[in-house]
Design a protein around this ligand. Structure first.
Ligand code: SAH
Length: 255
């Protein structure tokens, strides 16, 4: 199985009517640090601007490729999943997730197409019409007495979670690709435990008249280890050898 590298290219950040150009630059930097590259600007007050470029500090390529549009709908038209970042929890109930859950859902949806994270205005956040475009809201559970983060700081937290979620997904894929043997089935595990019981009796480790809790403890030990089919074979080979039966380990190991 081919495992692709970490890819956040389908996740775009959309900034609504940003008033401070320095914030746009700081968002570009936060995004590039986390491996995102698609920046959409809906009617920014001042852009391009030297303050944006200086705050981007090396992430000015994201500013150069930023797409400036007139309306939120234009920024979202080709997206299949939209999340709005909100500092306030609204009176009308809209489903809200924390950054971790939100990142998981965005990445899952990004397998079908582009997804968007919409960030509100510095002064007034997202309007009700804007949040109606969103599948979900995401809220950073900050200090309730001072919950509104700076625009770029909020973007940093949310894109960090996206990166963490992407890294976790990649790790799972890598482990799956490396796996050489499947997990043992319950029937195979039962075969192993039966073999243990007979072999341990044969070698006089287990006294069937007074078994105590030995088999249960062994079950607990091996269940915790989540054995694969080859590991079961190895253990059964060792048991056979202890019972004095011939067993050629080399024959079975593919690696
Ligand atoms: N004064 C505005 C908040 C502006 S902060 C208000 O009350 O809505 C600018 C943007 O940063 C917000 O619209 C939101 O998109 C994001 N943001 C700031 N703090 C956040 C938080 N705690 N959780 C989620 N997003 C947040």
């Amino acid at each position: 199985m081919m495992v692709s590298e970490l890819d956040l290219s389908r996740v775009r950040v959309v900034l609504m009517h940003t008033s401070h150009p320095g914030n746009i630059g700081a968002v570009a930097r936060a995004m590039k640090n986390m491996g995102l590259s698609q920046l959409y600007l809906v009617k920014p007050d001042l852009f391009p601007h030297s303050m944006a470029t200086s705050r981007a500090s090396g992430a000015d390529d994201l500013l150069a490729s930023a797409i400036v549009v007139e309306t939120l709908d234009e920024a979202l038209a080709d997206c299949c999943f939209v999340v709005g970042a909100s500092a306030r929890l609204r009176s009308i109930s809209w489903p809200v997730h924390n950054p971790h859950e939100c990142a998981e859902r965005m990445l899952e949806a990004s397998e079908d197409g582009d997804v968007a994270l919409v960030m509100g205005r510095e002064q007034s956040g997202l309007s009700n019409e804007e949040l109606e475009r969103c599948n979900y809201l995401v809220n950073i559970p900050a200090n309730p007495e001072y919950s509104s983060l700076n625009l770029a700081a909020a973007t940093q937290v949310l894109t960090y979670e996206l990166r963490m979620a992407a890294l976790a997904r990649l790790e799972i894929k890598k482990v799956a690709a490396k796996k050489d043997y499947r997990l043992a089935t319950m029937a195979e595990m039962d075969g192993l435990y039966e073999h243990f019981e007979v072999a341990l009796t044969d070698i006089r480790f287990l006294n069937p008249a007074s078994p105590r809790k030995l088999m249960r403890r062994l079950r607990r030990l091996f269940n915790r280890a989540q054995l694969d089919e080859m590991e079961v074979n190895i253990l059964r080979g060792i048991l056979s050898a202890a019972q004095g039966q011939k067993y050629h380990y080399e024959k079975e190991d593919k690696s």
